[in-house]
Design a protein around this ligand. Sequence first.
Ligand code: B12
Ligand code: SF4
Ligand code: SF4
Length: 312
Amino acid sequence: MAFYRQWVEQGYHASMSYLKEHLDWKENPQSLMSKARSIIVFRYPYLKHPHPNPDNVHLKLTIARYAQGKDYHLWIKDDLNKLIQYLKHHFPTEHFLPCVDSHPVCERDYAYQAGLGWFGKNSCLIHPNEGSFFFLAEILTSIDVTEKSPLTPIHDFCGKCTRCITACPTQAILPNRTIDSRRCLSYWNIEAQEIPPDTIKEQMGPWFFGCDICQEVCPWNAKPLSQLQKAQSSSMQEVEESLLFFLTASNKSIIKTLEGTPLLRARPFGLRRNAIIVAVNLKLHQLKPAIMQCIKKHPRLKPLEVWAETHL
Ligand code: B12
Ligand code: SF4
Ligand code: SF4
């Protein structure tokens, strides 16, 4: 927790103020469930996404692998609830709380203690066989399971490798294996509800939602990635059509189209902003009239006007 407190104190959480507000809860999981004695931690691999989302407009764009399927908050929560029902049947007097990036829980810390991976230099938890493309989820319970089966953390296998640090386009990876969110693309194109500075805009390249660069280059992901069927890459026309959708669609239409996917986290404002930045970075001149129209219609996008005008 000292890591976490220091990270927040240094402002690395950017505008995600909830991370600061969560400090006390994170320090004490019993503040979430007073009877909690143990935390059962789960790793859900998503490289071969268990709940794919075929035929959706956003899939033609460059988006993080975790976002290529249905929203993990929903299907993992369902999965945990099924398990809890089963456990309740066998332990009717015990208490259970399912969590998946939904409660103030230091997920990576518990997963590390449970032996599910080590903290990579890119700050992701990595497993020697699975790599790092997995979600974390937990069940807090009043059952005391830890004493019966002590767990040992996994050794750090990063060694002298620094590939993720070199590959990160914005130098967001800090020497103590944490991330400066103020520089991370994944923060800017998912979480931020504002316009990024010019340097970040340009480094965003084609990334419409999230960023996987520091995981794609990791040697521990090479094997899991090589086992994947090569996805068909989108044509420039498909990319253009998808971006045009985000530039012209109403809030209602965006929400309806993306219902049940993680992309709604960025809200229509964030998705339009990303569409403009990606279109400019990809030099899609044909989209210029739609971009200008979109900025005119949505005043919060106004700070992008001069940049889009001069770069396209
Ligand atoms: C805020 C947040 C972000 C922020 C900040 C990222 C960051 N690295 O801190 C942003 C928006 C940038 C982000 C991006 C991504 N995120 Co995110 N994010 C979170 C969230 C909500 C909180 C993380 C946090 O508190 N960070 C602050 C740091 C200081 O805390 P921490 O990561 O828990 O780190 C602890 C350890 O690092 C420990 N520690 C650090 N060094 C060491 C060393 C040793 C030896 C030890 C013992 C301990 C230790 O101390 C810290 C405090 O407990 C978690 C969910 C959760 N509730 O935890 C998901 C989570 C970390 N994200 C996740 C994912 C998938 C991503 C992305 C891959 C998505 C994408 N493709 O775009 C990227 C990855 C970017 C990256 N390289 O980290 C997964 C990670 C799974 C994994 N394998 O690690 C999580 C766990 C969500 C989930 N339930 O699956 N994320
Ligand atoms: S997610 Fe992208 S921007 Fe963020 S630390 Fe990794 S490589 Fe850098
Ligand atoms: S790329 Fe190298 S340094 Fe970075 S997390 Fe992977 S093994 Fe560690």
